[in-house]
Design a protein around this ligand. Structure first.
Ligand code: GTP
Ligand code: MG
Length: 272
């Protein structure tokens, strides 16, 4: 019989040893982990992606972007229990939002389907979350991270946009536009995502700061896309990212003005 490990609260079920899943040699966790994979014509890459996913994850949610290759069939053959979701609109942001809605785990991990992300890193993200972080944000430029996939121009663009976000929102990020992140599912209520394209990670990174969530960067290595070509267009998508930053900034100003006005009104009232 399993032993009771923690005295339950008045409204809690007792946690038994059987409820814990070992995720590394020194850590066992109770929260179920969902992995969301946005995929558009990634059939050739999926075998590499699924091979690195740990066997302790609770579910894999694959969001298909109307693939014209065998993406869905390959995913089903590699992971028979995979939950396949058809996205509502277009774009990676739209896909992720659809995928997050379909998750039943308490922890959600975002993993690209092009073979650039190593599933063995998931344990680092989950460890940060169970140790107190709300949002575990992958970084290719934190000590221990790296990238084989970014051109100099992309690195410069990412650095410039990251610097703007740090200055304008008081963040201390080393990376901005990176798709490998994880978070507690309840964070979604606080960041209320509404976007469609590759600006999704930037929007998440800004909104978690605005919401006062605890963010921890996780050093991550981005490998080269294995097969196929990137869907990202540096200039077009860089501009979309910039637009999101400016919008979030002006929303923040409007919010501040809105918050200030009752006080200003009452002062005006007191003065008259
Ligand atoms: N479902 C869905 N997935 C998408 C869409 N656009 C991109 N993706 C997926 O999102 C992930 C990241 O897209 P990539 O094209 O690799 O873009 P990137 O990683 O920013 O750019 P690279 O560094 O050049 O690879 C991949 O798994 C894509 O298949 C989309 O419209 N729908
Ligand atoms: Mg990629």
């Amino acid at each position: 019989m399993s032993s009771v490990l923690r005295t339950p609260g008045p409204d809690r079920e007792p946690l038994l040893a059987a409820h814990y899943r070992p995720i590394s040699s020194h850590l066992a966790i109770t929260p179920p982990v969902s992995v969301v994979i946005p995929a558009m014509n990634e059939a050739e890459n999926l075998p590499y992606v699924f091979k690195t996913l740990p066997d302790w994850i609770h579910e894999v949610v694959l969001v298909d972007g109307d693939s014209t290759d065998d993406t869905v069939d390959v995913a089903r053959s590699l992971w028979p229990d995979v939950k396949v979701v058809a996205q509502r609109g277009k774009g990676k942001g739209d896909a992720l939002i659809s995928g997050f809605e379909a998750c039943s785990g308490d922890i959600v991990v975002m993993v690209d389907a092009d073979g650039s992300a190593d599933g063995n890193e998931i344990v680092s993200y989950v460890s940060a979350l169970v140790s107190g972080a709300d949002f575990a944000k992958g970084s290719r430029f934190a000590n221990g991270g790296g990238t084989d996939d970014m051109t100099l121009i992309r690195k410069l663009g990412n650095w410039a946009l990251c610097t703007v976000v740090n200055r304008k929102f008081g963040a201390r990020y080393t990376d901005l536009c990176y798709g490998y992140n994880a978070f507690w599912r309840h964070c979604l209520d606080k960041i209320d995502l509404d976007c469609t394209g590759f600006e999704v990670e930037t929007l998440m990174n800004i909104r978690v700061v605005k919401a006062g969530l605890k963010v921890q960067e996780i050093p991550s290595h981005e490998y080269l896309r294995i097969h196929g070509t990137s869907n990202l267009r540096a200039v077009r998508d860089g501009l979309r990212v910039l637009r999101v930053i400016l919008q979030e900034r002006s929303n923040r100003r409007a919010l501040r003005r809105g918050r200030r006005s009752p006080l200003a009104d009452s002062r005006r009232g007191a003065a008259s």
